[in-house]
Structures are given as C-alpha cells and as structure tokens.
Design a binder for this molecule. Sequence first.
Ligand SMILES: Nc1ncnc2c1ncn2[C@@H]1O[C@H](COP(=O)(O)OP(=O)(O)OP(=O)(O)O)[C@@H](O)[C@H]1O
Ligand SMILES: [Mg+2]
Length: 336
Amino acid sequence: MNESGTELAIETSGLVKTFGDKRALDGVDLAVPRGTVYGVLGPNGAGKTTAVRVLATLLRPDGGQARVFGHDVRKEPDAVRARVSLTGQYASVDEDLTGTENLVLLGRLVGYRKPAARERSARLLEAFGLTEAADRQVKNYSGGMRRRLDIAASIINTPDLLFLDEPTTGLDPRSRNQVWEIVRVVVARGTTVLLTTQYLEEADRLANRIAVIDHGKVIAEGTPGELKSSVGAGSVHVRLREAGRRDEARLLLASVLDAAVEPEADPVALTARLEGESTERGAAEQASRALAELAAAGITVDDFSLGQPSLDEVFLTLTGRPAEDGTSDDGKEMVA
Ligand SMILES: Nc1ncnc2c1ncn2[C@@H]1O[C@H](COP(=O)(O)OP(=O)(O)OP(=O)(O)O)[C@@H](O)[C@H]1O
Ligand SMILES: [Mg+2]
C-alpha cells in the first residue's frame, strides 16, 4: 500500500508484543482514520504504552502487522519516525533547563536555525500559557506546567501523527482542561492524535473513536456513542419516600422494565439498568411507564433520574470489573 492509498493513519492487525512470557499485546487490530483523535482506553497494565511504543518504532513487535501512514513499522521505521511525535507517560524534558532552553534546544535538534528556534519556542510557550514560566528551570514547574511543556516539546515540528500517552494522568481538573484544549487545537490543524487514557470521561470528550483494551486485547471498538449503546440505553435511578417499600418497588420495576434492579447504599434508592432498548427515547418511555406503575401501586417516588450509561458502565459490562480496579504490573489483581 502506498502512502496516498490509505485514509488510515494507523492500521494494525494481529499485533503481538511479548516480554518474556507476558503477552503485553496479544493480537491487536486497530484502524485509526487520519485527522481524528483516537482514544485507547484501558486500566494499568492493559498494554497502552506498549502499543504506543511499537507504533512509534521504539519497540519491535513480535508478530502481526503495523502500518503508520502506510509504512510498515518494522521495514520502514525511518519513514514512520519522520511523521510521528511522542509525548511519553513520563515527561521527557530536561529538568535543569528552563522552558525556553528546552524548546530552543529541541528546535535546533529538528533543524531550526537559532532565531527560528527562539521564535517557535516563544510562540509555543505563549500558546500553552507558559510565557511567565519561560525562564524558570523546569524542576520548579508544577505537574500541569510540565505536562504542557512536554506536549509543546513534541509539536516543535507539527507532526502528522502525535502520540499522547496518558497526557493528563495526575493533573488537576484545570490543567486537564488546558491539555484537552491543546489536543483540540492540534487536531484542528490536521494532526492525527492517538491518545491513551485511563479516564473514561477523557476518551468520551476528546476521541472520535475509542478502542477499549484489556490484557493486550481490544475488547471493544467504536464511537463513544456506540460503546455506550452497546451496554443498553442507560439506567433509571429512583429514590422512594419509604425505605419499607423498597423490596416491593424493586420487584415491580424489574417486571415492568424487564431489567436488573439493584438496591443502592442509600436505603431508599434503586437503580435499574435498562437492557436492549438502544435509543434514549425508548429509555425515557420505559422509565415513565415504570413511574406510572409505582404510583398505581401507591409507592411514592421522591426523586428520579434517567442516566446515559457512563464509559465506566461500559467497562464493567465488557470486563466484569470496574476500570479503576486495574491490575498491578505483574498482572495480579490489586488487593485494595
Ligand atoms: N520492558 C518491559 N519488560 C517487561 N514487561 C513489560 C515491559 N513493558 C511493559 N511490560 C508489561 O506489559 C504489560 C503492559 O504494559 P504497558 O506499560 O503497555 O501497560 P499500560 O496500559 O501502559 O499501563 P499503565 O496504565 O500503567 O501505563 C504489563 O503487564 C507490563 O508489566
Ligand atoms: Mg502506560
């Protein structure tokens, strides 16, 4: 396949990477359209960083195929490297240099002459809200400032494909929002972004498509909406006036909605997860029928809400465990 013949920035099939007897990637198929944000979502140890490192040609795969803009990562690593840039999970800028010094140095490394490197550096620092910190050593930056500088460093030359490996892990909500804004700007300028994250909300907000990976395998793929509808239309939450009527209400809801109904920690609350109905309208109709039946049985409802399924619920449905549980690096379940 030649470069102009593919609309895909990334295409992998059956990609395998092993470390000893650990299969970090266990047959990964991905198709990332150009010009989009593609989210790779998974818990600790799922294989996200390994996938990024293989695609960025920092690791050699042990099996399967991977192409970046049509170039085979094994046979044409230089052609791949010319098109991609990587912001690692752990920041790679030099702590002892200032923000400006880091960016100018990197600019020089990618071939800018000194004045051009200085100008590019100043523009990036301004765009990322770092002008005031430009002459401070990076070791005195906050986590959020560092992450922004790291992303700035990776787009010194506008890459065709940018890998962002957990760009917002550990950041406060404000810094996270700033990084999201940067991602939107980068994509608007034509760069394809592959973003790994453990935050369901982040993938939901930024990504055009999402692959959910677990133990080195893609366990689901689609738009955020498709992933959500694959677990049903959502859930109905009700709070009753009287805790004493909860068991009765639970049976009634289960039969009217034909759904699993679970008691919540709050003794008057119940949650029904709607299955099968895939439209929001269908869910709303079901929910109003359920409320009418509760009223007819003389059970008073104080509060009621209809929720879209969260990506957390998607993960739970797909894997049988919450995304937060994760596994430790050696693959054993964490205790707490
Ligand atoms: N260099 C290595 N040597 C041995 N095992 C490795 C190496 N790199 C990764 N692994 C193992 O491969 C699996 C996948 O690791 P990877 O770093 O890709 O996960 P991840 O999804 O990026 O996790 P996290 O969210 O914690 O960053 C893990 O079990 C990890 O311990
Ligand atoms: Mg990682």
